[in-house]
Design a protein around this ligand. Structure first.
Ligand code: GRF
Length: 202
């Protein structure tokens, strides 16, 4: 049975767009679920509309607590029979409640080679540190910040004249491919998680 993939987004939505196109082309054998944004009027919501994918803005400010906000999201994800949640540029930390609801079923893309440079502005952190190689990482979300089991990683060079923008653009190109491949492997049941290690079944 095909799995249903849903997305949490906050902004531009280029990673969501890349994965959505791969699902629609059949590169990823999956069904499209729902797109949920915590921010109103973002490009990701426009893309969802253009692709006729159900999408909703769930305003965190309307809820008493983070968990109440997440309960509303969990309910909506359930209504769309979600098997896997992709956090594609979702800028909010998930509480243990949400992580537990989708244990080992939330895939995140991070623009650095974890465990280096977790959190926000990963590309800026990499430049300021002076690393010669950075890249991107896909991982399952656990209770920590960018600390869950790593699925795939891809390295890119950092050049002397890089700015945050040039490095981010180089990494972003790889993010799209890495996220597509990670979601594809998950949907084909090719991923086995043991503790904090992820094994790809070939
Ligand atoms: C990406 O760099 C992603 O790794 C990070 O936030 C950015 C989101 O970009 N978490 P987009 O919304 O997918 O275009």
């Amino acid at each position: 049975m095909k799995k249903t993939v849903s997305f949490l987004v906050s902004g531009r939505g280029s990673n969501f767009h890349a994965v959505a196109k791969a699902i629609m082309k059949g590169t990823i054998p999956a069904k499209m679920g729902v797109v949920i944004s915590d921010t109103e009027g973002v490009r990701a919501l426009d893309i969802a509309q253009e692709l006729s994918i159900p999408s909703f803005f769930i305003n965190p400010k309307q809820y008493k607590s983070r968990q109440e906000h997440e309960k509303a999201m969990v309910q909506l994800l359930g209504e769309y029979n979600t098997d896997v949640v992709v956090t594609a540029g979702y800028m909010r930390l998930l509480t243990p409640y949400f992580v537990h609801e989708f244990k080992n079923k939330i895939i995140n893309i991070h623009p650095a080679l974890l465990p280096a440079f977790p959190g926000t502005h990963a590309q800026r952190q990499a430049l300021e540190y002076g690393v010669k190689i950075s890249g991107c990482t896909t991982h399952f979300i656990d209770e920590g910040t960018d600390s869950g089991p790593i699925i795939l990683q891809k390295a890119v060079p950092v050049y002397d004249d890089d700015t945050e923008d040039t490095l981010s653009a180089r990494i972003l190109k790889e993010e799209h491919q890495l996220l597509i491949e990670s979601v594809r492997l998950f949907c084909k049941d090719k991923i086995v998680i043991k503790g904090r290690k992820v094994y790809i079944v070939r």
